[in-house]
Design a protein around this ligand. Structure first.
Ligand code: ARG
Length: 320
């Protein structure tokens, strides 16, 4: 019995991948692992889709707290902004998801681990480097890289197998989100002359419609934010509250052209109001309490840390 364990997002690509793994790659068992890192979305229809596609099991794992306490906390301590601007939203979640998948695969003694990334982005590297660190030697399969499918081909394929396809029309952008924020790319955004359409944004309003300024007091303990205006909050709740407070001012709305690890330039939008606010506040705190030499050294290392994480090297000893 050959088993494959898939990093399952609930979307059309990874739903079809379940059927491909059985039909084209010859696996008897496909286990879909759906990791909650605070993304928006409905998990119930996702589980139904995976089952309809032929998953032998759907494992739901809530990793929100672990993600906040490990990846997000460290990114805040390091004031991480890739290329000076991107607070690593998606890059931080990949090692969490990949490690969860590798753990399930190890438990089951599975032959293969599978991700739904294409060959164009950074995420394939992040998954595969994490798989290599957490399940050395395991076979890695990337069905969306092995064969390029159009969305219409996938819909036909899914319908022919009675895999429920979401009724809503294709989203005009590719979106990835978690408790730290949102990444938005593709579609009309690929033309750098095109101003971001307002409908691309969910967590931020235009600064043009900002309300009157307010003061927010952020309490830190050992360099980590622990309170807002005197109220103790754990990190996921603090981020959610601050996303709402800062987002209405357009803080954390980012429009950039970034350099991917694979050598492609890419227009990206991000929304991370809390991350941008917290990094600014944390830098100010460091100015107050670090020595001159510490500050200089830390500001040199921060972009290197961000680049390691961006490039998929979360589990590299240099990163820790
Ligand atoms: N370019 C960003 C990164 O590499 C986001 C990747 C995922 N974004 C997406 N919209 N699917 O971290």
């Amino acid at each position: 019995m050959a088993t494959a364990v898939l990093a399952y997002s609930g979307g059309l690509d990874t739903s079809c991948a379940i059927a491909w793994l059985r039909e084209d790659y010859g696996f008897d068992e496909v286990v879909a692992v759906l990791v909650d890192v605070g993304q928006d979305g409905d998990f119930e229809p996702a589980v139904e889709r995976a089952t309809a596609a032929g998953a032998s099991d759907v494992v739901m794992l809530d990793r929100r707290q672990a993600f906040a306490d490990d990846q997000v906390a460290k990114a805040l301590l390091t004031n991480s902004l890739y290329e000076g601007r991107y607070p690593l939203v998606s890059a931080l979640s990949r090692p969490v998801i990949a490690e969860a998948v590798a753990d399930v695969a190890l438990d089951l003694g599975a032959e293969a681990v599978v991700h739904g990334c294409t060959g164009k982005g950074n995420d394939q590297l992040r998954f595969e480097l994490a798989f290599a660190a957490k399940y050395p030697g395991v076979r890695v399969i990337a069905p969306l890289r092995d064969r390029i499918w159009t969305r219409d081909e996938e819909i036909d394929y899914a319908l022919a197998r009675r895999i429920p396809v979401e009724a809503k029309p294709d989203k005009p952008y590719s979106i990835d989100d978690n408790l730290l924020g949102r990444s938005i790319e593709a579609g009309v955004l690929e033309d750098p002359w095109v101003e971001p359409p307002e409908d691309a944004f969910v967590l931020t309003s235009s600064p043009a419609s900002a309300p009157d300024p307010i003061d927010v007091v952020i309490g830190f303990d050992e360099g980590l934010p622990v309170a807002l205006d005197g109220e103790d909050l754990d990190l996921p709740d603090l981020i959610a509250a601050l996303n709402a407070q800062a987002g209405v001012y357009g803080i954390g709305r980012i429009d950039m052209v970034e350099n991917r690890a694979v050598g492609i330039k890419s227009r990206e939008l991000y929304e991370a109001p809390a991350a941008i606010t917290l990094i600014e506040a944390h830098r100010a705190l460091e100015e107050l309490v670090l020595t001159k030499g510490e500050l200089i050294a830390k500001r040199e290392l921060e972009p290197r840390w961000a680049k390691l994480v961006y490039d998929g090297l979360w589990f590299h000893p240099l990163r820790s």
